[in-house]
Design a protein around this ligand. Structure first.
Ligand code: SIN
Ligand code: FE2
Length: 219
């Protein structure tokens, strides 16, 4: 890479070369940075319409991450299992629509990572406060395994765990900061992944939390 390329990448994060974790999986450093003001504003509206809540796993544990959704479908968990629903079980109303700013960013990020034609119908919003974590899991409740997952990080930094095809496979620790986007699909679509317990801190823009937006094509 020439000095000129480096300079360009600084000026426009979407020009940065993806960091490839493995075929089908990459990290786009700072990709969301130019759009964070719009994302933040639209996020507030989503959360006002469908509040963050701590879901219960089928095993009866309350999750440390607080969640809500926007888009035609939303991911939920309760004692009867994991699934996508068209309505928020708290209000029995449809989930808030996916803001145009969210969709546009997700489609552009997917394309940058090599997945043209991404058509997300679900966006899971995860809020981590210090200590909250997400244990290793696969995203496999979606019907469209041909479509990737696009995951946008905002607020406090986190350590993303990138695993293999089996739960017990070695994991790689991938630090993620405000504005980073991770995309995985194709041969990497069913990789185990998770998030280590969030460290204490205060982000100038988002306060004492991390927000993750995960886009999927679920229907
Ligand atoms: C997820 O696996 O749904 C979220 C990942 C993250 O918070 O980075
Ligand atoms: Fe996930």
């Amino acid at each position: 890479m020439s000095t000129f390329d480096l300079f360009d990448a600084d000026a426009d994060p979407s020009a940065t070369e993806p960091l490839v974790l493995e075929p089908g999986a990459s990290v786009l450093r700072g990709f969301a940075l130019p759009k964070v003001d719009a994302l933040h504003r639209d996020l507030d509206a989503v959360i006002a319409a469908a509040p963050l809540r701590h879901l219960v796993t089928p095993g009866g544990k309350t999750m440390s991450v607080a969640m809500t959704n926007c888009g035609a479908l939303g991911w939920v968990s309760d004692r009867s299992g994991y699934r996508y629903t068209g309505r928020d079980p708290l209000s029995d109303r449809p989930w808030p629509a996916m803001p145009a700013s969210f969709r546009a960013l997700a489609v552009r990020a997917a394309s940058r990572a090599g997945f043209d034609g991404f058509a997300p119908d679900a966006c899971l919003v995860n809020r981590y406060v210090p200590g909250a974590r997400l244990t290793l899991h696969q995203d496999r409740d979606e019907r469209q395994m041909g479509q990737p997952i696009v995951s946008v990080s905002l607020g406090l930094p986190a350590v993303f765990l990138w695993g293999g095809a089996q739960r017990g496979d070695r994991t790689r620790r991938v630090p993620l900061v405000h504005g980073d986007v991770v995309v995985w699909g194709g041969p990497a679509r069913l990789r185990f992944h998770g998030v280590m317990p969030l460290a204490e801190g205060r982000h100038p823009f988002m306060g004492a939390c991390r927000i993750n937006l995960t886009f999927r094509c679920a229907a």
